[in-house]
Design a protein around this ligand. Structure first.
Ligand SMILES: [Zn+2]
Length: 302
């Protein structure tokens, strides 16, 4: 190749490189909407400075029981990516018109492993009204291996949208995966020390946690802020007769009166917060590490 052709080739390469640089800087930040906090957290870790991540569900609402209003739908239509939990989490999805190409179903890769809930009890979550948990269990991210797969789906979508960010996104995925693997191995280590230890859960949201870590878990349908009616306590006593649990897992700290009545039955309350919405302090990893600590205490209880 004559020298001038090499030179023009090099110049063309340089021009292309600077064009990439310009587009990475000049292009608007990626607008990412996440349907729950774990996905928002993954996107923040992976896309960091190149994205604006929003979680449209209000802070005091469980995103699983939220429905977008017209304004939220408008924001999603303008977004570059809409991160969905899948596993039937977004009950509103069929009722809104969104560009399919922007939708990222982060749990699609393990949909053959979804847990079906049969004959669920109808109950209410405060002012939101009654509902049942029948259908597909959706707290997929409490199996930290599934969480890692969801994070990977977010990374793939980011890279497809902005190929120039590939290296940075994959670097971010590596450290995120390491953090999730750390949680995964710690829970395995804790639970393996006492296989089959009977546990209670206050709400049926721990199906994937129980499957991944082989927890012997039975659930009632209680809310942290509400005193369960008498028949619930009778039901609990019946369950305890054949399932002598010494710990009840809660999504949030239960009311003192409820914790006291449990304590009188020899049951300690332990918070294992699914962290579906943004926490008041700390982040997903901090909340999960505290959950794991709380679980560890439960497994050390005699
Ligand atoms: Zn419920």
């Amino acid at each position: 190749m004559p020298t001038f052709r090499i030179l023009s080739f090099v110049l063309a390469l340089l021009a292309a490189a600077s064009a990439w640089g310009a587009s990475a800087v000049g292009e608007h930040k990626l607008r990412i909407v996440a349907s729950n906090y774990p996905l928002a957290y993954f996107a923040e870790r992976l896309a960091g400075p190149w994205a604006t991540v929003t979680l449209p569900a209000p802070a005091d609402v469980d995103p699983a029981y939220w429905r977008p209003d017209a304004k939220a739908v408008g924001a999603m239509q303008k977004a570059d990516l809409i991160l969905l939990n899948g596993a039937d989490y977004e009950k509103w999805l069929a009722h809104v018109a969104l560009p399919r190409l922007k939708l990222v179903d982060t749990s699609a890769g393990f949909r053959d492993r979804f847990i079906r809930i049969e004959s669920a009890v109808v109950h209410s979550h405060g002012p939101a009204g009654q509902h049942s948990h029948e259908g597909t269990a959706f707290t997929t991210w409490l199996d930290f291996d599934q969480a890692a797969q969801q994070a990977e789906a977010v990374a793939k979508a980011l890279i497809a949208k902005r190929p120039e960010l590939k290296t940075a996104v994959l670097d971010g995925l590596k450290t995120l995966h390491a953090d999730l693997a750390g949680l995964d191995s710690e829970v395995k280590r804790i639970t393996a020390a006492k296989p089959g230890l009977p546990l209670m859960a206050s709400h049926p949201v721990y199906q994937y946690l129980a499957r991944r870590y082989a927890l012997n878990l039975k659930s009632v349908h209680w809310e942290p802020g509400e005193m369960p009616p008498e028949k619930e306590w009778t039901g609990l006593d019946k369950t305890l007769a054949r399932h002598p649990a010494k710990t009840m897992l809660w999504e949030a700290r239960p009311a003192a009166a409820v914790a006291d009545d449990l304590s009188a039955r020899g049951i300690a309350s332990a918070v294992f917060d699914p962290c579906a919405n943004r926490p008041e302090s700390g982040d997903f990893l901090a909340v999960m590490r505290q959950n794991v600590e709380n679980l560890k205490t439960s497994f050390q209880r005699r």
